[in-house]
Design a protein around this ligand. Structure first.
Ligand code: SAM
Length: 281
């Protein structure tokens, strides 16, 4: 008998994956957590029936969320990541040797524990001495800081439930206050095919807060529409380019284990197809 997992992504469209086995299924205080072993994508983490990442393609999202901001910034010493309890973004940020400390604020500690158990390669750096994992609502945590971070990343679930407030104006304003004067903010901002209004609204807010606000894209097969957006807001550095401070830095795939990111991909990911550029007009 065949087992299939299906994700209803828009109410009218979805994806499905044939499953070898269900490795974990539980309800944390915040969400339903399922780990599937799938034929096509290897292990898959699903939260509230939405695919978060898979063994096969997690590198795309995590390299692009983490490495674009940390290599656009000359000195990304102190980083805050909200969400991202799987550790993928942490793993990528630490590939920049100038990173000294990461606060990872994940509301659901079961996501951290499940990732460490079933996705050891993604969670590989969570025990690093430069990383502090805090089980708290990122919205509340952020309010306690002013001009404290060089980089703030929002690695959240979709704008529902505990993540809903991470897509609102007052959250973006408190994040801008928690950034240093030359800080860079990046949030995952959903699908250009299915969330155009959300992307437009977020860009309008961030343009009020940052002198350099740009959208960039990456191809993620298991996410709605297969094309995913990130929105970068920067107070000083241009997030579209690798900072000159890294001239001569070894970006070879072997050196850093890079499977998607490169300085060329960094810059070209900000070149938008017309239909996406139209969203931002
Ligand atoms: N990194 C994964 C990926 O490849 O897309 C997905 C992101 S990660 C699993 C999303 C995390 O955001 C979840 O673990 C969820 O618990 C967390 N989260 C949602 N709302 C939050 C909040 N208000 N504060 C902190 N973490 C939150």
């Amino acid at each position: 008998m065949e087992i299939w997992f299906s994700e209803n992504q828009t109410g009218n469209f979805g994806i499905k994956a044939r499953v070898k086995s269900v490795l974990l299924h539980e309800f944390s205080p915040f969400q339903e957590i399922t780990v599937y072993d799938t034929f096509e994508f290897g292990r898959m983490l699903v939260l509230d029936k939405a695919v978060m990442f898979t063994d096969k393609n997690e590198f795309v999202y995590h390299e692009m969320l983490g490495l674009v901001p940390v290599f656009a910034h000359a000195g990304p010493e102190n980083i805050l990541i909200i969400g991202g309890g799987d550790g993928g973004a942490v793993r990528e940020c630490l590939k920049n040797p100038r990173v000294k400390h990461i606060d990872l604020v994940e509301i659901d500690k079961r996501v951290v524990e499940v990732s460490e158990e079933f996705f050891p390669l993604i969670a590989s750096m969570l025990k690093d001495e430069r990383v502090r994992v805090i089980a708290e609502d990122g919205i509340e945590f952020l309010k306690r800081f002013n001009a404290a971070y060089d980089i703030i990343l929002i690695d959240s679930t979709d704008p529902v439930g505990p993540a809903e407030g991470l897509f609102k104006r007052d959250f973006y304003e408190s994040a801008a206050s928690a950034l240093k004067d030359d800080g860079i903010f990046v949030a995952q901002t959903e699908s250009p095919f299915f969330n155009a209004n959300l992307i437009r609204d977020i860009n309008m807010i961030l343009r009020e807060l940052y002198s350099k606000t740009y959208l960039y894209l990456a191809s993620i097969p298991v996410y709605p529409g297969g094309l995913w957006s990130f929105t970068a807001g920067s107070k000083a550095y241009d997030p579209r380019f690798v900072n000159r401070a890294y001239e001569g830095f070894d970006f070879s795939a072997e050196g850093l284990g890079l499977r998607y990111y490169s300085p060329e991909v960094h810059s070209s990911s900000f070149v938008l197809p017309n239909f996406v550029g139209e969203i931002l007009k």
